[in-house]
Design a protein around this ligand. Structure first.
Ligand code: ASP
Ligand code: MG
Length: 446
């Protein structure tokens, strides 16, 4: 009895101490990247760490290309894209593991064999293919399996004891392929029964490693949580384990007031509230996956966003703060948007029945309405220009409505806007839609 109590106490303590880390694709896009992740983990020798890793660099995009050739039954391009992915991974492997008989080679080969077997079968027996979304998850999920295989072996090689947990055994979801919804209860049971014994049996300085982005459904098919979903995986794990913090290691110094790719000298926010982070992610700030914050807020888990290039620097803390002096406007830009305006063909007003019909179509194609506005006779909505579904969606709406599209527009969202912030974005451009609330302005510009 006493022993059980001590063990419980130890586990409670260890869980409070447990660090959950997420390393994104940019942190493992080269051999140097893997070495750097290893260096960061070495600094956390006195706590247990649960690390979540994404696919290497741009592997997910490369797998999406492979999937396209697979769906189109194009064997030549299919094998080319497969080889390119294989080469990227094996180039990194050869740099990290000079000993060619290291077990990692066999493990990586076997994962690549699984992928090859899968695409070959689908190619030969076209009828065995299922929907695009299903095939997407079975194929694109390999990126995370490859990267975690490399990282797990590399950490062990460098003296950081690492246990690899298959995320498909931990994160249980429904069958909404490509955007799977988490079964929190089952996931909680799985994660706790895997991770608690691991903590109890391994000392500090050990790393439990798992893949971001992927999970599995009731029938053990692989599912994925949506692009950039590894942040969300990390939040799910932190939530069900009730840890006190989560750190996302990024290629930027923290949450910035604009994307450095298009805005010179953006400024870092030292601390922001969960609410602010949800708004920013929702409107498209790519620094955090939109679903990540809610579970953290619910459980009061602090989220740190830190630079993997400067791991000692403070980064941004996202937590519960009631009062916040907004230091400056925050800019979010979404490129590649399309502004669609939808009007009844008979010049009648847009009424609730129309809106409900339009939303049913948007939901059917999983098109996210980034901004919307309606007038007496038309409803306008700004969507991501997703070639895969856009034409079908427009075709379906055209049955009952007059559709006008403005392609290649950009959507700017400014939180805590000022007149000069708006001027800066719209100077010399045409504003097609402007929508203001007290804290936020949306501008669709051409
Ligand atoms: N590898 C996936 C993606 O690129 C998941 C992630 O990176 O978070 O979307
Ligand atoms: Mg990624």
């Amino acid at each position: 009895m006493l022993q059980i109590n001590l063990r419980d106490k130890y586990l409670t303590f260890a869980l409070m101490e447990l660090k959950v880390f997420k390393f994104g694709g940019a942190s493992v896009n080269s051999a140097a990247g893997f070495r750097n992740v290893c260096r960061i983990l070495k600094k956390y020798r006195n706590t247990p760490v649960l690390a979540v890793v994404s696919a290497m660099g741009k592997t997910t995009n490369a797998l999406e290309v492979l999937l396209k050739h697979y769906m189109a039954n194009d064997p030549v391009l299919l094998i080319d894209s497969y080889r390119a992915i294989y080469e990227t991974h094996f180039t990194v492997l050869r740099e990290l593991f000079p000993n060619e008989s290291h077990q990692v080679y066999g493990e990586a080969d076997s994962l690549f064999d699984q992928l090859r077997g899968y695409i070959r079968k689908g190619h030969l027996y076209d009828k065995s293919k299922k929907t695009y979304d299903f095939e997407y998850d079975q194929i694109v999920s390999f990126g995370e399996l490859f990267s975690s295989c490399i990282l797990g072996n590399y950490l062990n090689l460098k003296g950081i004891p690492c246990s690899l947990f298959d995320a498909r055994e931990l994160v249980m979801t429904d069958q909404t392929y490509r955007e799977a919804r988490v079964n929190w209860e089952k996931t909680g049971e799985r994660v706790n029964s895997a991770i608690l014994p691991w903590i109890a049996n391994s000392g500090n300085g050990c790393v439990a490693l798992t893949q971001g982005f992927i999970g599995s459904d009731n029938s053990r098919n692989t599912t994925t949580l949506g692009r950039e979903g590894s942040d969300y995986t990390a939040a799910i794990l932190a939530y069900v384990l009730k840890t006190s913090e989560l750190t996302i290691w990024k290629d930027v110094p923290g949450v910035l007031n604009a994307d450095p790719k298009w805005f010179r000298n953006p400024k870092k926010l030292a601390i922001i509230s969960y609410r602010e982070a949800i708004e920013l992610a929702y409107y498209g700030a790519s620094v955090i996956h939109p679903k990540t914050i809610r579970p953290l807020e619910n459980a009061g888990i602090r989220l740190y966003v830190k630079s993997f290039e400067k791991p000692g620097a403070a980064g941004t803390l996202i937590t519960n703060i009631d009062h916040w002096d907004i230091p400056f406007p925050i800019y979010i830009r979404k490129e590649n948007q399309v502004l669609i305006s939808i009007s009844p063909r008979d010049f009648s007003f847009i009424v609730e029945e129309n809106l409900s019909q339009i939303f049913t179509v948007l939901a059917k194609y999983r098109a996210k309405a980034n901004v919307m506005q309606n007038s007496a006779i038309s409803f306008s909505v700004c969507l991501d220009r997703n070639e895969h579904v856009l034409s079908e969606l427009i075709e379906e709406l055209s049955l009952d409505y007059e559709i006008r599209c403005n392609y290649n527009v950009e959507l700017f969202t400014v939180r805590h806007y000022t007149p000069s912030a708006i001027y800066r974005l719209t100077k010399g451009r045409t504003v097609l839609l402007e929508q203001k609330t007290r804290q936020t302005v949306h501008l669709v510009v051409k």
